[in-house]
Design a protein around this ligand. Structure first.
Ligand code: DAH
Length: 345
């Protein structure tokens, strides 16, 4: 057979083998056999030594052409097989996008914590430090240090949950005042204490045996009632709106002298009188006063040199007024339909 025909025949065989490779692996094997230096096609090069002149050049060209065709066939098949492989992978891994997704139910933030955070934010913006006190208090801190000695009638109003004769769940956050004064040892104080309180109350729409308060205390030289008034007016207007009237009424607390009850003008009727404010035009919102000299003295502060003001605000009460919540118990029940109405602004 003519040498050139042999080249063509061999080349055609190789191309056929390449085209018949069923996958990339088979193609790789065919490539290793036919594209390497030791391939049957390359072996034909041995014949070049028997040729001269034009025949030699023609032979070289024919060999080159054959090798190029083989390489091209290999590359084309490689492309075909890769594409086929991708297509098959895609069809196997098809995702059914019509399947309904898993839905997540987003809850809300309990209005108790929304309001507690808001109260904290307002006072922190005025330079107050946040201090927390223990839920379980000694009789000494809960009452004695708050100028409520044994047999004082104010104890009756806050009769509470005792753990031992001298340990109880705190009835108010006010003992945090005594803790802060003991800690600061005669230095100026500007703190708020948010926390839980407990009383032997019968639960109804406005009362709960557990509730939250935020206590505030400022002690320094030259603190006067004007400072108390300005601070609480600012706080209440930030919380209930700039248009609120703030009213201070004389009251009594054993740990403050003078003591006041602070009211805001009713947000429903703006002071005219309606069912929300029980016809009075005002809503009672917190208790406050100038720190009693005995409370200062017991903590080692000289009342001739130092004075201070304190206040205590009920968290649920503020939340109920702000959001128009009709029953305090809703705040504790964890009903998603109630909670999901509230989110942080
Ligand atoms: N401790 C009081 C209560 O639980 C609230 C209170 C009133 C706190 C006047 C104060 C205050 O600091 O000055 O009812």
């Amino acid at each position: 057979m003519e040498l050139f025909d042999k080249i063509t025949e061999l080349k055609n065989e190789i191309i056929k083998e390449i085209k018949e490779a069923k996958n990339l692996n088979e193609l790789k094997l065919a490539g290793e056999k036919n594209l390497s230096k030791k391939s049957p096609l390359n072996a034909m090069m041995a014949h070049i030594k028997d040729l001269v002149g034009e025949a030699k050049a023609n032979f070289g060209q024919a060999m080159n052409k054959a090798r190029n065709e083989v390489t091209e066939a290999y590359q084309n098949r490689q492309l075909e097989l890769s594409e086929a492989e991708i297509k098959e992978k895609l069809s196997k891994e098809k995702i059914d996008i019509t399947l309904p997704s898993v839905s997540y139910k987003m809850g809300g933030i309990n209005p108790f914590y929304l309001i507690q955070d808001e109260i904290i934010d307002i006072f922190v913006s005025m330079g107050y430090e946040v201090k927390e006190g223990p839920d379980v208090e000694t009789d000494y801190f809960n009452f004695e240090r708050m100028n409520i000695p044994e047999n004082h009638p104010a104890r009756e109003m806050q009769d509470s949950f005792y753990i031992t004769n001298s340990l109880l769940l705190r009835t108010h956050t006010s003992p945090a005042q005594a803790h802060a004064m003991d800690e600061k040892k005669g230095e100026p104080i500007k703190i708020i204490c948010p926390g839980k309180c407990f009383r032997r109350d019968d639960d109804d729409v406005t009362h709960s045996h557990q509730f939250g308060q935020v206590e505030g205390l400022v002690v320094d030289k030259n603190i006067n009632f004007g400072n108390l008034k300005a601070t609480l007016e600012l706080f209440l207007r930030k919380m209930f709106g700039e248009k609120r009237e703030v009213r201070f009424r004389g009251s009594y607390f054993p740990f403050t002298e003078p003591s006041v009850e602070v009211d805001i003008s009713c947000m429903e009727c703006h002071g005219k009188g309606c069912p929300t404010c029980k016809g009075t035009g005002y809503i009672e919102i917190l208790g406050a006063g100038m720190v009693h000299p005995n409370v200062l003295k017991m903590a080692g502060y000289d009342p001739k040199e130092y004075s201070g003001f304190a206040f205590g605000v009920g968290i649920e009460r503020v939340a109920m007024l702000r959001y128009g919540i009709d029953d305090i118990r809703r705040i504790y029940q964890g009903d998603v339909r109630f909670i999901e109405q509230f989110t942080r602004k």
